[in-house]
Structure formats: structure tokens, C-alpha cells
Ligand binder design. Structure first.
Ligand SMILES: Nc1nc2c(c(=O)[nH]1)N[C@H]1C(S)=C(S)[C@@H](COP(=O)(O)O)O[C@H]1N2
Ligand SMILES: [Mo]
Length: 383
């Protein structure tokens, strides 16, 4: 095997011997990394719009399929997780270029290097903050959602720019003509196959050992998913406990549900239980990546809105008993509020809701991020 010089010009401080550091390896990994990133971006933007819909969209967001968000958020976290070994392999394949000599050949070359630096920084930022978020660990001073979302757009922009700049090498890779300028003719040997096989095995194993957090069938293989859906009170993990939210048995002792609207009503738990009860099997799909289906029973939200004088076009605002917290107040658009599967749940998996799962009453709606499945509901408002 021959050594590999990166440029024809004299003076590179390092010479890389491995022939895996060439354009073919970079492109072979890059297409899967690109695919993972595009999938991660698309599902992430979708998640963002479901969680923070702009006004014009709020009433158009569909409440079906009921498993939609579980699927897309599962894909978001899985594609982001898979991108970690892919990005590592890609960076390993291309890092010799850091030592290319001279460091800058032209203004265009300088701009290209800056754009690659931006791409790498944005990708590392998104994957590391995303991964830590799945562990609910926020060791930074900024708002995770806003910054993770903004940097996603930067990442998309620099990815598109990178694809445009690298287009000749990518095209060569796919048309299998002469390999890129940095590769050697004999570079398609067993080394590359072994390396790519190793990367595939790494991606496969991180996926199989974490996807169980949202894919029930993969549950037994789940090793590294931060929240195992197999554990939890009443067969469901607890994200924020009642104690953390400052909700106690005493604060729920003489609980009343207030439904505000053209004809406001106040209902006791007994009165709610006397209303027609409906059942639904719906998943709780946390934005952080775990999902679990459960059997819910309670009163339809649309029946409650109707009792307070809300018509078939009404939307709803939901307010929790929780004194403070980012998820205390939530709004749901018309299609969610009117969906017959959207419940003010009183029971979970055949039992009265536990305090940690939102006793006396919580929201459960189809195709909706977990953060919007408000617990300890105290008040509904017809909008
Ligand atoms: N009032 C209130 N409701 C809330 C939350 C919260 O912090 N406060 N957390 C939400 C989040 S992030 C999720 S994933 C679900 C989890 O519900 P569970 O704890 O019953 O599994 O509740 C949601 N409802
Ligand atoms: Mo969540």
C-alpha cells in the first residue's frame, strides 16, 4: 500500500498512510450521514411545529394518525443517534484534510473551509445537545428548544452548501467513474469494506440498543435508551413527578374542574365520573424519545367544551394545577379539541390515575407530543 500525500505542493507537516482517508470513503459514509441528517431535520421541524404551532397552523394540525408523532419522534431520535457513529467515521475519514498544505489556496477555498468548519460545529452541536436532551440533562445556560431548532437550520444550510461544493466527488462516487482526486486507484480493497462494515455494525448496534425506548417490539434489546418504557408506575414512565411539580394529595383534595366558556361550569370528580366515559389506547410520545402505549379512560374533551357552550369549531386552553413550569398551560387546536379520542383521562391501564400520572385528571390526545399531554388539569377554557 502506498502512502498518501494530500497536495502536490511541498511542505505538509503530516503524511497520512492509510488509504481510507480518501474521497470514496468520505462519500460512502456521507450519503448515509446525509440521509440520517435530512430525516432528523424533517422530523425535527415537524416536531417543532406540533409543539409550537404558529397561529395560522394551530387549527389545521391533524390529530391523526394517532400514532403519527410516536413514529416521527421515534425516527428523529433514532436518526440522530445513528448519525453519531456516522459523523465520527466521517470525521475520521476526512480529518487529514485539516493538515492540507498550504491551509488556504484561494478566497474560494478559504470560504469552503469556513463553511465546512460551520457544518462540523453545527452537526456536533445538534447531535450532542440532542443526545443529552434524551437524558433530560441540560448542562447549558440557553433554552434547548429554541437553540436546537435555530442551529438545525444553520446545519441544513451548511449541509446544502457542502453538497453543492462536493458535488463533483459525489457524482463520481455514484457514477463510479474515476474516483475523487484524493483517492488511490487500488483504494477499493478489503480495508474499505472492513471499515464500512464496522461503521454499519456500530450504527446497527446503537440503533438496536436504543430504539426500544419507542419501539415496543425492540424493548428486550433496549440497553442504553435513557428511559425504559418497560418501567414505571401503572405501566408507564413518569416524566415529571407530582413532587417535582409541587402537586400534593392535599392540593387535589377538594378538586374541581372549571370549564370556562359561554356557559361556564364547575364539575367535581364524581360529576365527571357520571358523564359518559370513553376509552382509548393511545401512546404517550415524549419529545425526548421514549414512547409507550397505554389504555386510557375518561371524558371527551369535546363533550366538556360543549357543556360550557363551546360549538363544534372551538379550540381549548388547558391549565394545570401546577404552580409553575413550562408545561402548565397548553392550547389545542380545533382538530385536537374535537377529536373523539381526545380525553380528559381519569383512569390509566384500568386504575384511577396515580398522582404522578396526573391525578385527578389529565389530557391524552392522539398524534401529539408528550409535553402537551397536560397532567393535573384544573381548568379548561373554550377558545
Ligand atoms: N402539568 C404538567 N403536565 C405535563 C408535564 C409537566 O411537566 N407538567 N410533563 C409532560 C411531559 S414532558 C410528558 S412526556 C408527559 C409524561 O406523562 P407521564 O409522566 O404520565 O408519563 O406529561 C406531560 N404533562
Ligand atoms: Mo416529555
Amino acid at each position: 500500500m502506498g502512502g498518501m500525500r494530500l497536495t502536490l505542493l511541498p511542505g505538509p507537516p503530516v503524511t497520512f498512510k492509510a488509504r481510507l482517508h480518501d474521497a470514496r470513503t468520505a462519500t460512502a459514509i456521507g450519503r448515509f450521514l446525509g440521509l440520517a441528517m435530512v430525516l432528523c431535520f424533517a422530523t425535527g421541524v415537524l416536531s417543532h411545529f406540533l409543539q409550537h404551532p404558529p397561529g395560522w397552523l394551530a387549527d389545521r394540525l391533524p390529530s391523526r394518525p394517532y400514532w403519527g408523532y410516536r413514529l416521527t419522534q421515534g425516527l428523529h431520535v433514532a436518526s440522530g443517534t445513528a448519525a453519531i457513529p456516522l459523523l465520527s467515521a466521517k470525521l475520521w475519514a476526512v480529518y487529514p484534510r485539516l493538515f492540507a498544505w498550504p491551509p488556504v489556496r484561494s478566497v474560494l477555498h478559504a470560504l469552503e473551509r469556513i463553511s465546512v468548519a460551520g457544518l462540523v460545529a453545527a452537526a456536533l452541536f445538534e447531535l450532542s445537545t440532542g443526545l443529552l436532551n434524551t437524558f433530560q440533562w441540560y448542562p447549558w445556560p440557553f433554552d434547548f428548544v429554541a437553540v436546537h431548532y435555530a442551529v438545525a437550520w444553520l446545519l441544513l444550510g451548511s449541509l446544502l452548501l457542502h453538497l453543492a461544493v462536493q458535488w463533483p466527488a459525489i457524482r463520481d462516487h455514484f457514477t463510479r467513474r474515476s474516483p475523487g482526486t484524493l483517492s488511490l486507484p487500488e483504494a477499493d480493497g478489503p480495508d474499505r469494506r472492513r471499515f464500512l462494515l464496522g461503521v454499519t455494525a456500530a450504527v446497527g448496534s446503537v440503533t438496536l440498543t436504543t430504539a426500544g425506548q419507542s419501539v415496543t417490539a425492540l424493548g428486550p434489546l433496549e440497553l442504553f435508551g435513557p428511559r425504559s418504557p418497560a418501567h414505571g408506575l401503572q405501566g408507564l414512565p413518569v416524566n415529571r413527578t407530582a413532587a417535582a411539580a409541587g402537586v400534593t394529595r392535599i392540593s387535589t383534595a377538594d378538586w374541581r374542574l372549571t370549564v370556562d366558556g359561554p356557559r361556564p361550569v364547575t364539575l367535581t370528580l364524581e360529576e365527571l365520573r357520571a358523564m359518559p366515559q370513553y376509552e382509548a389506547v393511545l401512546p404517550l410520545a415524549c419529545v425526548e424519545g421514549w414512547s409507550k402505549s397505554a389504555h386510557w379512560a375518561g371524558v371527551r374533551v369535546r363533550d366538556l367544551l360543549e357543556r360550557a357552550g363551546g360549538g363544534p369549531g372551538s379550540r381549548a386552553r388547558v391549565v394545570s394545577l401546577e404552580a409553575a413550569g413550562a408545561y402548565r398551560v397548553m392550547e389545542m387546536g380545533r382538530l385536537y379539541a374535537q377529536d373523539p379520542l381526545t380525553l380528559l383521562a381519569l383512569r390509566l391501564n384500568g386504575e384511577v390515575l396515580s398522582l404522578d400520572h396526573g391525578y385527578p385528571a389529565r389530557i391524552i390526545a392522539p398524534n401529539r407530543p408528550g409535553v402537551l399531554q397536560t397532567k393535573w388539569v384544573g381548568r379548561l377554557e373554550v377558545l
